[in-house]
Write a protein that binds this ligand. Structure first.
Ligand SMILES: Nc1nc2c(ncn2[C@@H]2O[C@H](COP(=O)(O)OP(=O)(O)OP(=O)(O)O)[C@@H](O)[C@H]2O)c(=O)[nH]1
Ligand SMILES: [Mg+2]
Length: 342
């Protein structure tokens, strides 16, 4: 039992599963904090009966907001680190010891549960979107991020305090990984069980993926503008620098995200020119060079995104006609490979 670490659970309408998650976690830590995010069911009562400390949020404001509240509460209690778990039973608390083990060796690093080794257990559309996401999120985080979307993680609170969290809902967990990595932090991985049950998802496949994509693209724009024009600066994030300032007025943030999404393709060509031409003068884009990637691959990957969409639709249509052709997997391996696993 460890006393400088607690478990945090953002929960929304999870009365069916929260009890076993809390009880399972209490085998390994002495405190479990649950944020009940305006649930319409008995999540708060079930969590409390199972032994958790429950923080009630009046109305539903999403996972990101709940995580911010939980980080703050854990810090008030004096904890140095937290392990976050989903409330819907998709994470097995019996995997917690893997995190504790690595945390003892690397107390300053974020540790993320990965499910990518169990491809066949993840719904295909979900796996494919995670595969593409990690291509770009790894570029932002300056390192290969194996599973970018798993909510089973260990966060040192000292690291969280160095980050200003400006996003909401499901984007926040991506924001943490990118900023932590882009600040010089290391992200580690432990294999966890992949559980896809029927306990209801709140993840909206289109809206939430669009929100994550828009944030990642807009983040990379700032990062690459900075990295391209200065010499030897692989890390572009520090608290309250331009990455945060541009997002403080919500309206500016929204406009910036829309502009960067629509200008992403021409911009990636511009970055490629900057990468090629300026490199002889200054050692720019050191993070990308370290990843052994090269801007050419990135530009091609970005230009291929609309084609990937067409291939996916085509594959779906062919499958409707009982033609079991798999074009998407090969396409993804080719254009979004694990180039930085060096
Ligand atoms: N506090 C809070 N937590 C949420 C909210 N939505 C989801 N969560 C938490 O985030 C976890 C993951 O959300 P899900 O909707 O299951 O998303 P996911 O696991 O990424 O997606 P699936 O694999 O489709 O289940 C849930 O188990 C909850 O613990 C919310 O609105 N507020
Ligand atoms: Mg889930």
């Amino acid at each position: 039992m460890t006393s400088n670490l607690c478990v945090i659970i953002p929960a929304y309408n999870a009365s069916k599963t929260i009890k076993s998650v809390v009880k399972g976690a209490l085998k390994y830590v002495d405190r479990v904090l649950v944020a009940d995010d305006g649930s319409a069911d008995d999540t708060a009562i079930a969590a409390s009966l199972a032994g958790a400390d429950v923080i009630k949020i009046d109305r539903n404001r999403g996972k990101g907001n709940a995580l911010k509240i939980l980080f703050k509460k854990a810090e008030e209690y004096g904890y140095k680190s937290v392990i976050s778990l989903d409330a819907d039973g998709q994470h097995d608390p019996d995997d917690i010891p893997f995190f504790l083990n690595d945390h003892n060796m690397y107390p300053e690093d974020i540790i993320v549960g990965t499910r990518m080794h169990e491809k066949e257990r993840i719904p295909r559309a979900r796996y494919n979107s995670m595969h593409i996401a990690r291509f770009y999120i790894s570029l932002a985080a300056n390192q290969f991020v194996e599973d970018t979307q798993c909510g089973f993680r260990l966060y040192p609170l000292s690291l969280i305090k160095k980050i200003c969290l400006t996003t909401e809902k499901y984007v926040t967990e991506t924001e943490i990984l990118m900023k932590a990595g882009d600040m010089g932090g290391t992200i580690r991985f432990v294999k966890v069980k992949t559980i896809y049950g029927d306990n209801g998802s709140h993840f909206r496949p289109i809206m939430d993926i669009v929100a994550i994509t828009a944030y990642v693209i807009s983040y990379l724009h700032i990062k690459w503008l900075k990295e391209g024009l200065v010499s030897n600066k692989p890390f572009t994030y520090s608290k309250n620098n331009i990455h945060d300032l541009i997002r403080k007025p919500k309206i500016i943030d929204r406009i910036f995200q829309v502009i960067t999404v629509f200008s992403a393709l021409p911009a990636s060509v511009l970055f490629l020119i900057e990468y090629t031409v300026l490199h002889g003068v200054i050692n720019n884009y050191p993070a990308i060079r370290k990843l052994n990637c090269g801007f050419f691959k990135i530009t091609i990957a970005s230009l291929m995104l609309p084609i990937l969409l067409i291939v996916t639709i085509l594959e779906k249509i062919l499958n409707q006609f009982k033609l079991e052709i798999n074009m998407v997997d090969g396409f993804m391996e080719k254009f979004y490979p694990h180039i930085w696993r060096v």
